[in-house]
Design a protein. Sequence first.
Length: 121
Amino acid sequence: MNCYSSRFALINIWRAIAPVYKSPLAVCNAFSIAPTDLVATDIVYRDYVGETYLITYNPTHQWFYFPQMQPSEALLFKCFDSAIDGRARFAAHTGFDDPTSPPDAPARESIELRTLVFYPT
């Protein structure tokens, strides 16, 4: 397999280190995001500049979140897919202020791992 010519994707694995009661993770349904909602933004590192997308508010966005995630749970979602055949290419995600969180809830502790997946052609 030639990984330079095949489809590839970045898959994020997100896991709580301790139970999450504050700033839970939310993921937006990719098919509810219009192309005009995406705003290309630079990420400036010490040695190079990368690019990511921010999204602008749109009332059609469909957000889902996972309340009180436990360390035994993990969430996998696609950060990027090189395929341009109509399938979801991105998964907008964020932590947010959950109004149902206790006011004295501990800060979220989580870890994420990004994997690079190559698909056979």
